[in-house]
Every structure is written in structure tokens, then in C-alpha cells.
Design a protein around this ligand. Structure first.
Ligand SMILES: [Zn+2]
Length: 129
């Protein structure tokens, strides 16, 4: 992991970015069941035509998706799911607050937050990262 030195002067942003990168390790260790459950959260958002995301890396991937990607769980969809998971975790665990990249609607954010809290509750003691 390589971070830009200028982030040392932006503690909140540094925390958010490092947390996002650490979430990638969580995603790798999560297991297929939990990853598919997360995709279910995203598929429900897609069906509800939820706009926005919780980070640019997820946002631009979401913008490139089509119905076939979602229905067929394409590689683009799965990459989006990963980025969305990491962006959501970073948003939740890096101190909260608002950010210009947090464009997802409040009700969808709340749903994701509940899902993440439940995940942490289930995984506590079982997830080694
Ligand atoms: Zn990422």
C-alpha cells in the first residue's frame, strides 16, 4: 500500500483511505456467503434505482453497470460489490461525518450501516484480519 505524503496533513482523509484499503483485506477473508449477502443489499439498491455511492472508486464502477451485469453477476458487478463494501466500511469505521464522495441517499446508507453492524456482530471472534 502506497499513500501520498500530502495525506499526512489531512488526518480525516488519511484515516478514510487507510480504512478503505484495510477493508479490501476484510473482503478477501469474508467468505462467499457474506459476499453474496452484500451483493443482495446492492441488488436491492439497484432495483430501487438508488443513486450515488460512498466513494469515487465504487461510484464510477456503479456508473458503468447495466442490467446484464447485475443479473449475471458479471466481473464488473463483482468488482463494484467489492469497492462498494470497502467504501461503505471506510465511511462507517473511519470516524463518520460527511464527505463530498458520500452521495448515496440516507435510507440506503442506513441499510448498509445496519448490514455492516450485523456482520461485525456475527464475525466477531471468527474473522481474523
Ligand atoms: Zn478500493
Amino acid at each position: 500500500m502506497v499513500l501520498d505524503r500530502c495525506l499526512l496533513k489531512q488526518k480525516g482523509e488519511l484515516r478514510r483511505i487507510v480504512c478503505h484499503e484495510l477493508m479490501h483485506f476484510v473482503w478477501m477473508r469474508l467468505g462467499n456467503g457474506a459476499r453474496r449477502a452484500w451483493e443482495g443489499v446492492l441488488a436491492a439498491e439497484w432495483k430501487a434505482r438508488a443513486r450515488g455511492e460512498l466513494g469515487w472508486s465504487a461510484e464510477w464502477r456503479k456508473a458503468g453497470l447495466g442490467e446484464r451485469d447485475v443479473a449475471g453477476r458479471s466481473r464488473k458487478w463483482r468488482e463494484y460489490a467489492c469497492e462498494s463494501f470497502c467504501a461503505t466500511g471506510a465511511g462507517l469505521f473511519a470516524g463518520g461525518g460527511e464527505h463530498e464522495e458520500y452521495t448515496l441517499g440516507a435510507r440506503f446508507r442506513k441499510r448498509r450501516g445496519g448490514w455492516m453492524e450485523e456482520l461485525v456482530g456475527h464475525q466477531r471472534g471468527g474473522l481474523r484480519i
